[in-house]
Design a protein around this ligand. Structure first.
Ligand code: TRP
Length: 454
C-alpha cells in the first residue's frame, strides 16, 4: 500500500475527474491557437496525417509512461525519479521538468492574459471593428505592445490559476475542470455548426482534410512531432504529477487512451471551426501566429451572428488556457510540497508570484522590450525556445529511456496491471517496443535537428 506521507498532496475524487483534468492540461492554446496556424502553414491535410501518426506512435506511449511513473511513486517529477533510482543523476530529468514548467507558464501566462483581454474586447466589440486582417493585426500589435494592459491581464490570468491551485487537487483543479471542460466541448460544437453552414465552407474543409503529400518534408515532420509533445503536455513531468494523485485501482491504459483521444478530437474540431470560416471569407490560412488573433476577428465581423460567435470563441480560448496553466503551476507547486515540505498555500503563493514576475519581461517583449534582443530573439522567444525546443524533447526522450531501460518495462508493467487491470498481448508488447526503441530514437532525431538546424 502507498503511504500518504504528506497530507498536503491530495487526490482525484473520481476517475472522470482525473480524465477531465488531464485532458484540461492537454487541451490548451496548443490546440486552439497553435494547431490551426501550423496546419495552415504546413500545407493542411498531409500535416494533419503526420501529426496523428506522431500522437499515436510517440505521444501515447510516453503519456502512459508518465502516468505510470506518477502513480507508482505518488510524487512530483523530481521525487518520482529519486524514489525509483535514489541519488542517481536521473533525478535531473525531474529538475529539468520543474524548470520547464516554470519557464513555460511564464510565457503561457502572457498569452493566457491576451485571451482574457480578447474576451473583454470581443464583448465590447472593439476587436470586430476592422474590415481586413491587416487592421485587425495592427490592433493586436498595439494591444500586445501596451505595457499596462498586458501586465494587467497577465496578472489576472496568473491570479486565476493561483486561486484554483490554492484549493488543491480535488477541490480546485478537478472541480474547475469538471465544469470548464464540458463547457469547452459545447462551445466548440456550436462554433463548428456555425462555421460549417457558411457559404464556401467546403473549400476550407477540403484544404484541411485532403492530404497533399508533396507538401511533406523533414521540417514538416519535426514540427508535427514537436506539436504532438506540446499538445499532449508531455516531456516535463506534467502527466507524472497528475498521475501521482491517481488511485491504484484505476486503469492507466484506458485513462491514457481517453486523454489522447480527447486532446486529438479537440484539435481536429478546432480545425473544422477555423478553416471553413477562413476560406468562406476568402482569406488565406497561412497567416501564422496571428491567425486566431487577427484573422478570426475579421472573419467573425463579417459573418452572421459574428459578435456572439466571437465572444464565445474567446471564452473557449481562455478556458482552454486556464486548465493548462493550472497543470503547469501544479508541477512546480508539487515539487515544493513533496521535496521541501512546504504547505500548499505557501507553495502556490510563492511559486505563482515568482512565475508571474519572471514572465513580466516576456509580457513586455512585444512592447517596451521589443528591441532587447539577444541572438536575434526577444525574451519571450528565448524562454519559449529553451523550454519547448530543448527541455521538452530532451525530457521526453530521457523519460522513455528511463522507463524502457533503467527502471524497466517489467516494473512499469507491474504497476499498470495493479488491481487486475489487464495489459496484455498485443498492446503491452507494442508499448514496450515503442517506448524502448521508437520513441527515444524518434525524439532524439527531432532533438538533434533542433540543435543543428539545417
Ligand atoms: N498542452 C497544453 C496546450 O496544448 C500546454 C501544456 C500544459 C503543456 N502543460 C504542459 C505543454 C506541459 C508541455 C508540457 O496548450
Amino acid at each position: 500500500m502507498k503511504t500518504e506521507s504528506n497530507n498536503q498532496r491530495g487526490f482525484w475524487g473520481s476517475r472522470m475527474g482525473f480524465i477531465l483534468a488531464a485532458s484540461g492540461s492537454a487541451v490548451g492554446l496548443g490546440n486552439i491557437w497553435k494547431f490551426p496556424y501550423i496546419v495552415g502553414q504546413n500545407g493542411g491535410g498531409a500535416f494533419v496525417l503526420i501529426y496523428l501518426v506522431c500522437i499515436f506512435v510517440i505521444g501515447t506511449p510516453i503519456m502512459l509512461a508518465e502516468f505510470t511513473l506518477g502513480r507508482k511513486t505518488n510524487r512530483n517529477p523530481v521525487g518520482a525519479f529519486d524514489q525509483l533510482k535514489p541519488g542517481s543523476s536521473w533525478t535531473g530529468i525531474g529538475y529539468m521538468g520543474v524548470l520547464a514548467g516554470f519557464f513555460i507558464l511564464s510565457f503561457y501566462g502572457v498569452v493566457g492574459g491576451w485571451t482574457f483581454a480578447y474576451v473583454v474586447k470581443s464583448i465590447t466589440g472593439s476587436v470586430l471593428a476592422f474590415p481586413s486582417p491587416k487592421e485587425a493585426g495592427e490592433f493586436f500589435g498595439n494591444f500586445i505592445g501596451n505595457t499596462g494592459e498586458v501586465l494587467f491581464y497577465h496578472a489576472l490570468f496568473m491570479g486565476t490559476c493561483i486561486a484554483i491551485v490554492l484549493r488543491g487537487i480535488h477541490g480546485g483543479i478537478e472541480k474547475a475542470c469538471d465544469v470548464l471542460m464540458p463547457t469547452l466541448v459545447v462551445i466548440l460544437f456550436l462554433l463548428m455548426l456555425r462555421s460549417l453552414t457558411l457559404d464556401g465552407a467546403m473549400e476550407g474543409l477540403a484544404f484541411y482534410l485532403t492530404p497533399d503529400f508533396s507538401k511533406i518534408n523533414a521540417n514538416v515532420i519535426l514540427v508535427a512531432l514537436g506539436q504532438a509533445f506540446f499538445s499532449l503536455s508531455l516531456g516535463m513531468g506534467c502527466m507524472i504529477t497528475y498521475g501521482s494523485y491517481l488511485s491504484d485501482k484505476e486503469n492507466l491504459t484506458s485513462c491514457t487512451v481517453y486523454v489522447v483521444i480527447f486532446d486529438t478530437l479537440i484539435a481536429l474540431l478546432v480545425g473544422m471551426v477555423i478553416f471553413p470560416a477562413v476560406f468562406a471569407m476568402g482569406l488565406e490560412p497561412t497567416e501564422g501566429p496571428g491567425l486566431v488573433f487577427s484573422v478570426l476577428p475579421t472573419v467573425f465581423a463579417s459573418m452572421p451572428m459574428g459578435h456572439g460567435v466571437a465572444v464565445i470563441f474567446f471564452i473557449l480560448l481562455a478556458i482552454a488556457a486556464i486548465t493548462s496553466g493550472i497543470s503547469l503551476l501544479e508541477v512546480v507547486v508539487a515539487y515544493f510540497i513533496d521535496q521541501r515540505g512546504w504547505q500548499r498555500k505557501k507553495a502556490v503563493l510563492i511559486v505563482g508570484s515568482a512565475i508571474f514576475a519572471f514572465g513580466i519581461p516576456s509580457g513586455l517583449s512585444f512592447g517596451v522590450m521589443a528591441d532587447v534582443k539577444f541572438l536575434g530573439m526577444n525574451f519571450f522567444d528565448h524562454i519559449d525556445n529553451i523550454a519547448s525546443n530543448y527541455l521538452l524533447p530532451l525530457g521526453g526522450m530521457l523519460t522513455a529511456v528511463f522507463v524502457g531501460w533503467v527502471w524497466g518495462t517489467k516494473n512499469a508493467h507491474e504497476e499498470i496491471e495493479k488491481h487486475e487491470n489487464e495489459f496484455g498481448f498485443p498492446w503491452a508488447q507494442c508499448w514496450e517496443f515503442l517506448i524502448r526503441y521508437i520513441t527515444p530514437v524518434a525524439v532524439g532525431i527531432v532533438f538533434i535537428a533542433k540543435f543543428f538546424p539545417h
